[in-house]
Design a protein around this ligand. Structure first.
Ligand code: SF4
Length: 351
């Protein structure tokens, strides 16, 4: 059975060939699924009923069950907990921003795996076992969940997609790449690749693969510590791919794509927020084509990590600015709805 939501035009042409249908049907199917966002073949009004029946024997549209929705007090961040047909659950977050003359932005943060094998110690998802990779259709279904919400509440459509939810996107790279092309397709949602960000905890071989794909998407590397000792204690993957190798691969990415790499640095109180950490980070970022996002981490009670003191945060950022590093504090959204990935799923499961 073909999941139409994960299908590109070539997949749909294979399907129409197999069914001896004219080629224009492939494009029609693509429009219904990727532009209109229908959730059932029966909703495709320009496809005759008999043909809908034939298609239903060969294809389906992934439709996750919405288990719960959680909205921040400000109402600008909405988290969806979705369940797929085999029972796995993932989180998707929609972050809405006020429209300004120079900026229109509604961002959806998608999961790429149910669970995660990377075991970062500060992460609620990393505390659960890895269940499985998601399919391209399941990634698209998350974007469409957010898109339908935007349509229902008369918000602007989804403009940006960040692959920063549950799972390590580069551990599911072919599927992530397929979803990027589907989202970008002019006959579908047409979301610009420059409005997509892929995060990684530092899978070096896959960073090179992504660089060689030469797509104008932003690469966001989770750094979280300025040296190997600190990083290995937070992120076990650093023992396999140490900091120097990650930075070298990220530099290659910047060179191949001409795009600044974003380095994510979540500040944890008393763990990685000292003056010395700031000075080391300055040295690492010096002369790199890089943006640094400082994240005053959401509290994750399960891990015991705490947000930094406000004055420590301010000093840390000042230090980076003083040594010429392009650093911003990432706007914290949804702290009151367990927006850090994996937290809502754990709460619902009773963990
Ligand atoms: S932070 Fe990302 S890579 Fe690390 S365990 Fe959590 S989901 Fe996996």
């Amino acid at each position: 059975m073909l999941d139409l939501l994960g299908a590109d035009l070539a997949d749909l042409e294979n399907l129409t060939n197999e069914l001896n249908l004219p080629r224009f049907r492939a494009k029609q199917l693509f429009h219904w699924v990727h532009r209109q966002g229908v959730t059932a073949i029966g909703e495709m009004s320009n496809i005759p009923g008999k043909l809908q029946e034939i298609l239903s024997e060969k294809a389906f549209i992934t439709r996750p069950k919405l288990i719960t929705t959680s909205k921040s007090k400000k109402g600008d961040t909405i988290k969806f907990l979705l369940k797929f047909s085999d029972g796995v659950m993932v989180e998707t977050v929609l972050m809405t921003y006020e429209r300004t003359a120079s900026r229109d932005r509604n961002t959806v943060c998608v999961s790429t795996q149910a669970g995660c094998a990377m075991g970062c110690v500060f992460c609620a998802t990393g505390m659960d076992r890895m269940e499985r990779n998601l399919t391209a259709g399941e990634i698209m279904a998350q974007v469409w969940t957010a898109q339908r919400y935007c349509r229902e509440y008369k918000l602007d459509q989804v403009t940006n997609v960040v692959y920063m939810g549950m799972g390590e996107p580069l551990a599911n790279l072919p599927v992530v790449l397929k979803s990027i092309h589907l989202l970008n397709h002019p006959e579908g949602l047409g979301i610009g690749m420059r409005r997509m960000t892929i995060s990684t905890c530092g899978l070096v071989p896959q960073i090179y693969q992504l660089a060689d794909a030469a797509l104008p998407v932003t690469l966001a590397v989770s750094l979280h510590a300025p040296d190997n000792e600190g990083r290995s204690s937070l992120m076990p993957i650093n023992k396999k791919y140490p900091l120097e190798e990650v930075l070298k691969a990220a530099d290659y990415y910047a060179e191949k794509t001409g795009r600044r790499v974003t380095y994510e640095y979540a500040l944890f109180r008393g763990v990685n927020d000292s003056e010395e950490d700031g000075a080391k980070l300055c040295r690492l970022m010096h002369n790199r084509l890089a943006n640094v996002n400082i994240i005053p981490s959401n509290e994750v009670p399960e891990s015991g990590f705490q947000s930094p003191e406000p004055e420590v945060l301010a000093k840390f950022v000042q230090k980076l600015a003083a040594c010429g590093v392009n650093a911003v504090v990432r706007e914290e959204k949804g702290g009151d709805i367990n927006a850090a990935c994996g937290q809502l799923r754990r709460r619902i499961r009773g963990k």
